[in-house]
Structure formats: C-alpha cells, structure tokens
Design a protein around this ligand. Sequence first.
Ligand SMILES: O=c1ccn([C@@H]2O[C@H](COP(=O)(O)O)[C@@H](O)[C@H]2O)c(=O)[nH]1
Length: 300
Amino acid sequence: MVDNFSDLIIKDILKKESALIVGLDPNPAYFPLCLLEKGQDSKAIAKAIWEFNQLIIDVVNPHVVAVKPQLAYYEVFGSDGIYALEKTISYAKSKGLLVINDAKRGDIGPTATTYAKAFLGDSPLSGHGVTVSPYLGTDGILPFLKEGTDQRKGIFVLLKTSNPSASELQDLQLKTGEKLYQRLAELFDPIAKETMGHYGYSNLGVVVGATYPQDASYIRDSLKHSLFLVPGYGAQGGKAKELTGYFDENGMGALVSSTRGIIYSYIQKNEEWAHLNKKEIQESIEEAVLDAKREINAVR
Ligand SMILES: O=c1ccn([C@@H]2O[C@H](COP(=O)(O)O)[C@@H](O)[C@H]2O)c(=O)[nH]1
C-alpha cells in the first residue's frame, strides 16, 4: 500500500522531530528595505515576496513539516502575486517541503471539483493540502477529498476556527443539543475513516484553533483519525502549554501553525528592523522557529 497524505505528514513529523508548520503571509509593509529596492509596483512587490519567501523556506525547512501560504496575501497583487505564489510553491516542493494552501474554498459539486483540481491536481497552484469550508455540506467537500486521495494529497476542513467570533456560528446549539462544530465532527468521522493511511490517520483533517483548547479534547475524541491543523498559536494568543489535548497519546495528530510570530520575529526584536540585511532576517527567523519547535515538542 502506498503512503497517503497523512502518512507523508507523520513521516515528516518523525523525521524532523517537529509538529510545526510556518505560514507564508507576505506583507510588504513589514519587509526590510533591502527587499524593496526594486520599486513599489506590483511586479517589484511580487519579486520581493518571492525573495522573502525563499529566504524563509531556506531557513525553516529543516525544522518544519510544511509551509502554509495564505492566498489573500498573493491575490491582493493580482496576477503578479499569483506568479509569486506559484514560484513559492514550486520552490518549497523542490526542497522537499509539504505545502498546505490556506485557501478556504468550498462550493457546489462541479465548482468544488474545479477548485480541487486547482489546489490538489496537476496545476501550478497545487500543493499537498488545502483548507476547505464546510458551509455547503458534504457535496462541497467530497470532490476535494476524492482529488486529494487520487493524488496522495489531503484537506483540512474548518471545524473550530481560531478567531474571536468563531463561536457565533460554530458553537450554535442544535435541536439535538449538540453544538454545530460537534455535529460537523460527527458528519466527517465516517468520511475520514474511508481514507486511512498506515499510521491510522486520514486524508481528511480539520482546522482547530489554538485559541479554543477547551474544545480540542472533545474534537480529538470524536475525530480520532483526522489530523488537526492548529492556527492561532503565537500572535493570536494560543499558548503551547494549552495544546496537549490537540495531540494523540503518541504526540502525533496535530500540526501547529505559526505565521507572524516567526516570519516577522525581527520586528519584535529590533526597533531598526527596516535596515536589517537578509542574513540578519534569517537569523531572527531561525531563532523563532527553533523556539516554537521546542515549545511545541515539550507538550506533545
Ligand atoms: O482558524 C483559522 C484558520 C486560518 N487562519 C490563518 O492562519 C494564519 C495565522 O497567522 P498568525 O500570524 O500565526 O496568527 C493566517 O494566515 C490566518 O488567515 C487562522 O488564523 N485561523
């Protein structure tokens, strides 16, 4: 039997001794001047984004399982931004890093099928995983899971997101007494079980924010075969010491994501950050990624 998406992730967690992933959310307002020398038009910015991502990937690669580009940060620059994203995805893959596109897509079946081809098929934007919205129900999810499984790739469905308003809808109490996110977990568990890999995990993972540790154990118990993608650690206030319930008894089952806390670590450390050179930026990112890796390993 060949490895599925979850097997690839778990093998990398074991090999790199890390359950950390790093978000690639390039914001030129936070770029040092050395990356902005070529100008401010969208082509020059796209070049700066590509250079920024390259220097991050080079330094985080030994310490993280995946990178997670958030598509908004590329789409905002139109076709030049998308080109920078394509180059970033291709570079990360060439270095052996897994890529999870944080695209939060979801639509009726035929459109979901097309999104699935774009992010998991044979397309320049295709990574190894993609985030998916569950709002349309199972027929909005299954095309992603089918394409993913055909390609040994996978999906992370939004279940309990990390944002302050997450509870407005996700905690709504249904007539059955369950909360909406609990019903979603029940709905996805049998689907997850259909694509299990060697390590007992599925190609259907879920997003569970680091800011809601009180809900994580319930979700871990209900979705024993789904990997968690855990945003909200670091900049949004999620603490490593509260993440134990996200992992299984073997310290597997969750990928903790950090973006600003790592890629913009030089801003918190240095008032003169705009004048730092690329090597200094990389040193700061390396220190931050090692700190986060250590912190997360201590609780899993
Ligand atoms: O529930 C969610 C789902 C996705 N995100 C995304 O993750 C990163 C978080 O960045 P930090 O700098 O580590 O806060 C960002 O791209 C979000 O769009 C999330 O935060 N919460």
